[in-house]
Each structure stands twice: as structure tokens, then as C-alpha cells.
Design a protein around this ligand. Sequence first.
Ligand SMILES: [Zn+2]
Ligand SMILES: [Zn+2]
Length: 561
Amino acid sequence: MSHPHPELSAPPELAEGALRVIPLGGLGEVGRNMTVFEYAGRLLVVDCGVLFPEDHHPGVDLILPDFAPIRDRLADIEALVLTHGHEDHIGATPYLLRERPDIPLVGSELTLALLDSKLREHRLKETVHHRVREGDRISVGPFELEFVAVNHSIPDALAVAIRTGAGLVLHTGDFKMDQLPLDGRITDLRAFARLGEEGVDLFLTDSTNAETPGFTPAERSITPVIDQVFRDSARRVVVACFASHVHRVQQVLDAAVAHDRKVAYVGRSMVRNMMIAKELGFLTVPAGVLVDAKELATLPPERVVLISTGSQGEPMSALSRIAQRTHSFVHIEEGDTVLLASSLIPGNENAVYRVINGLARWGARVVHKGNALVHVSGHASAGELLYCYNVVRPRNVLPVHGEIRHLLANADLARLTGVPHVVVAEDGVVVDLVDGVASVVGKVECGYVFVDGSSVGDITESDLKDRRILGEEGFLSVIVVVDSVTGKVSGGPEIHARGNALEGSSFEEVKQPIIEALDRAIAEGTTDAYQLQQTVRRVVGRWVSSTHRRRPMIIPVVIEA
Ligand SMILES: [Zn+2]
Ligand SMILES: [Zn+2]
């Protein structure tokens, strides 16, 4: 979370008639998207998502955007607009609503339905919903919103145009420009062009694939690959994909029908999301194709398809448990085929290959992105972005949704098409649109907010550092009793170690140096327990490093008795 403007200080007061943009997440990482717009003293929030932790965040369940910069202004929020139902856009909403439950939520039918099941899990019932669809215009306070259809790896995604006295903003959300999508709902370039004609003052565009040249392949291009996998499979087929990728599931359902197989969903989120998608008409389930997962045991293996969660190797997911043979009713056997029909999110590589190896060990053939065209991205590549800039002809561009390299690549594309002002900002960098020109005006402090179990925001970077040391080196505890009358060591040192195989080694040789160091410190007048503990830490730290070449966490305890 470096950012390119270390010199920035807090932004000045917003000028009369100007629009302020405060990105609280998603600029500098792929995840936890959240952008705050301020106009005439009121706030509009677009998206409120989560970021999934990586290996260097041990024990962390989720990472949230930092609400601190708007915490004392929650009452000013007119609405939270959710562009689509992916976790990196809606996942942190329950945490924002905990702080103010009646923030009006604006989104499409599927987006709000997916959000709803999440809000119920968090026991948030009294929420305010405004369901919108493409073409709709609504006003929330001083913000006039217009929604535009965009095509993405989840149905019913929307871009949002925001009109204020400061100008017209267009935020693409996540999008691509598949011209022959499975549901026929394309990114509405005619609306983009119409808005461009009106004059887009600030264009916020999805940067995820800005480094990828050309065009993202059509979703349809993987249909023949899925078909071939089914044709080649003599036994069961297990397909793992994102639990929100309704169109991918649709393709698998259609292939199952064509090859006379029955389908069951495995994994809680898959079952839940596909039920929602079917109820709302986004998923067409041919009659008789779907069966309960437990019924599959009664069918011959060549008639069976399982659609499962866990395509990212998530340790608790259905696919991981299948790979470890700990799933309650799905057991991989020799000759089964597993199809991982998803991208590999950076950071998940090891986990995914662990799953692939596990499945292969049981005799499954594993088809994945590395050996077949079984996935296409949900995001626009460079060619599509260039197209958009030329269609919209914005005056200012702010690349969003990506790591810094993606944001910079997207900025270059905007400049290539002649966009006059391109602003690259990371999380917390404040951008004002004044008299039609966008520029960086300051920054607000916003860090990672870690969720661990029921705690939100209590775990700090320094706790994670401790966890990493404990995880890599274990700990050594040293307990010493000092007589408060004589000032001499009267008990210990007692030394214990965990997680580093040091237990029972040459602890004896460091005990005398500890006693001598304490005696010396006390003789020099140190009485504070913390200072004495630091003395113990130094002696033990030096010893363990020089004799064992280790750096475990050292926990000194000095008791005065
Ligand atoms: Zn998305
Ligand atoms: Zn996203």
C-alpha cells in the first residue's frame, strides 16, 4: 500500500460547486472497492467490497476498506450504489451498515438479491433498498444517477453515471465488451456514446486487464472446450468455478443436458447463489437435469456432473475437501475429471496447485487454465478500453480497480487516445473536479481493516508481524523471579520453546548469562519490570541467534516476589 504521493497532506475544504472523489479501496489492489463522491456537503458511495487475505496476513478472514475518513460523516451519505454482486464490490456492505443501518442501498435486482442473503447472515434486516435497472434515472440528494448496462462475469452488472453541478461522472464498474454474451446483454456503448456526447467530465474505468493487449475472448469461446471435456470423460465430471459465475454454470448445465448427465451443486454459496439466479430468471435450469448432491450416489458415474465452489483452492471449500478426501459424500476415483473453469487470482497459486495435485493423486484428470481454454476474464482488455475512451471522449480519466501497474497501464491507454487530464491515484488520495479539471488535492489516512473472527479492526499490522514470526520461528519464553528485597534472582530462569525444536537443547548455557545481566541491571538501579524483561530479551535473543541461527519470538517474564 505504497502510494505515489507521499508528500500529500490533508485536503483543503472542498470548493463551492466542486466534486470530490475519495477512493477508500480498490485503487492499488484488486479488491475492497469503495469510492466516495462528495458534492454540496453530501456523500455518495459507490461499492463497498472486501479484499481476500494472502499468505502474509495469517489468520485474517477478510480485509475491509477503512471507513475512518467518513466515520463522522455517515449521516451525510445519500446512498450506497452497488455496481454488481461480486464480493470485492458488496462484501463489506454489512460492516458499513453496522455503523449506519439505514443507508439506502441502490443496485440491480440480482446484485441486491445476492447482497440480501449476506445481510441476513449478519442479521441486518431493516435495510433500505432501491432496485434499479439499466436506463433508470434516480436522484439521491444532489446526485442524479443514471444506470447503464455493462457485461461482466456476473449478470445484471451496471455502470453508473453521476450528474452534479460539478459535471458528469461515468463510473464503469467492472466490465468487458463481449459482443455475443450468453445472455445477449452487452455493454451499452450507445449509452456510453450518448453520455460522451453530453460531455463526460470524469471517467472512472476498470483497470484490471489494462496490461493485456487486444480484446478479452468471448464467453462463448469456451463452450467447445467444455463440450470436449464432457465428451472425453468416461466417468464423473466435477466443475469448479466462482459461485457467482451464473453464465459459466449455465454452460455446464447445457453441456450436461447435451451429454445426458445429471447435475448437483456442491458448496453452500453455489447452492444459494444458483437458487437466487434461477428464481430471478438469470439461470435457465432445463427440467430434470438438477438433482440433490446426495442422490448422485445412486447414478452411474458417467451420468454425473458436480458443480462446486473452491476454484481458488480455498482451504475450507468443497473442492479442497474433495481433494483431501475429507468431503462427506464426494469421493474422487480413478478416471474422474475435474474442470477448474476459473481464473487464478494472484496469491492463490500455491493453494490451487495443492488442490490440483491432491485430485491428480486420486487418479482424476484435471483440466485447468494452464492446459485448456476453460476460462475467459470478466474484464476489458486494452483494446476495449481504447474503444471506450474513443467513444466517450472524457475530459478527465481516473483509472480504478487494479494494482498500481494496472492503473498506470490504463492511464497510458487514456493518454494515447488524447484524454487531456489523466489522474493516477491510490487509496486515500483525494481528487477534486473543479471547473471541469480533475487533480489530486490531498490524502486521507486509510489503511487495511482486518476481520478476524468476530473482531473488526482490532488486529493491527504489528499483530500480523507477531503472527508471522510465530509462524516461521515459534517462540521462547523465559520466566525469572527477582526477590524484591534482595534484588537478586531467586527463581529460574525457566525456559520453554514451541514450534522451533529448541526445547531441551542447550538452554543451560544461557541461564547464567541471564542471571548475570539481571544482577548487573539491578545493581545499576533498574527496577522497572519492563526494562528488566528487555534485558532478558536481549541476552536470549543474542544467544539464540548466534548459537542456533534462529530468531524466534522471545517472551520474557520477570516476576518480582
Ligand atoms: Zn466483478
Ligand atoms: Zn471487481
